[in-house]
Design a protein around this ligand. Structure first.
Ligand code: SP5
Ligand code: ZN
Length: 356
């Protein structure tokens, strides 16, 4: 399997409020370095890639000439003021003396639901709350560069049949205007934009989300889209709490194209694989041109933030079932998974199943 990795993704390191503790974010650079050292012991080809330098900070949206231009893909998938916030907030807070360069920014306040303000406030701490929906998406000095760099793997045009992008930070929780759940830019959404730029706007794309948490951001973007099917298996009533119910089926013209499969915490591997096959049948009925897999390993039984009763060998079965069901072009993107020393073996097991 070809695995893409951009070392700039390792520069993002921040903090989160988890329960009542402010701690180094569990979504850490060591997740990727641990996967890389595992992959070095396997036959998979890890290709190091480098995002090109940014255009000009003042013109974030380059002209529509090159469909796979990184900044253009970002600009068509996320709102301009949100991207500008991600790009500039850390440096401007440091320049204004609000924080030390080594510190991370977290919101101080979120907009009240009632009396809804209609535009972004000017105070930096309040802006952080405007452009985020939780306290697990801190912004450090390397956050923007890492976020932008990780997007590159999503649209790599050389790799039409199947490729794994070691995306970090992950993407499936953030929306086009808000960070959340360790996510700043939605890598799956950027990948869809890349597929559309390469293969036409009417490409039929399925996204299979296997992270333990519901991909609220991805679901939201395609909720009314008839060309993108979203299928997610996730912990019932778990983070991100407000979405992921079975009743969320999409809206016209995308009605029926959103499939949520919530499962109880500690769900057995047998049940999980059975439910996965149900999801795969729905995807098969849609006959997509291309499959994106939002691959999370927080379904592992020891994961601190998730946990179905899945163990390492189960990921081989899962990889196998998905690939047997869909043989066409596929992109695997990394979402969550927080047991550092099991991430490599779990991913390795998935790939072993995928390529046989
Ligand atoms: C990409 C991804 O996996 N993001 C997940 C972010 C989850 N952050 C909040 C988790 C809150 C978990 N609450 C503790 C429950 C312990 N059983
Ligand atoms: Zn997750």
């Amino acid at each position: 399997m070809l695995v893409l990795h951009d070392p700039t993704t390792l520069t993002h390191q921040t903090v989160e409020l988890l329960g009542s503790s402010l701690i180094p974010a569990l979504e850490s650079p060591e997740r990727i370095t641990s996967i890389l050292s595992y992959l070095a012991t396997t036959h998979h080809e890890v290709r190091t890639i480098h995002a090109p330098p940014e255009h000009s900070p003042s013109s974030p949206c380059p002209p529509a000439t090159d469909g796979l231009d990184l900044d253009r893909l970002l600009a068509i998938t996320h709102k301009a003021d949100y991207l500008a916030h991600l790009r500039t907030v850390h440096a401007s807070a440091a320049a204004a003396g609000l924080i030390d360069t080594s510190a991370s920014l977290l919101p101080e306040c979120f907009p009240p639901r009632d009396l809804g303000p209609s535009k972004a406030p000017s105070d930096p701490w309040a802006r952080l709350g405007w452009f985020a929906f939780d306290m697990s998406s801190g912004i450090g000095a390397g956050t923007w560069a890492a976020t932008r760099a990780t997007v590159l793997g999503d649209g790599d045009e050389e790799n039409k049949l199947s490729v794994l992008a070691l995306t970090r930070p992950p993407g499936h929780h953030c929306t086009t205007t808000q960070a959340g759940g360790y996510c700043y830019v939605n890598n799956a959404v950027v990948a869809v934009a890349a597929v559309r730029a390469l293969n036409g706007v009417n490409s039929q794309i399925a996204i299979l989300d296997l992270d333990f948490h519901h991909g609220n951001g991805t679901q939201g973007v395609y909720y009314e889209d008839q060309d993108v099917m979203y299928v997610s298996l996730h912990g019932k009533d778990e983070y991100p709490y407000y979405t992921g119910a079975e009743e969320e089926e999409g809206e016209e013209p995308g009605e029926g194209m959103n499939v949520n499969i919530p499962l109880p915490v500690k769900c057995s591997a047998e049940r999980y694989v059975e439910e996965l096959e149900g999801g795969l049948r729905v995807i098969d009925g849609f006959q997509p041109d291309c499959l994106l897999v939002s691959l999370g390993f927080d379904t592992f039984h020891l994961d601190p933030l998730g946990g179905f009763a899945l163990d390492t060998p189960d990921y081989k079965v899962i990889g196998q079932r998905v690939r047997r069901s869909f043989r066409g072009p596929a992109v695997l993107l990394l979402e969550g998974g927080y047991v550092l020393d099991r991430l490599g073996p779990n991913l390795g097991a998935f790939l072993e199943g995928w390529i046989v």
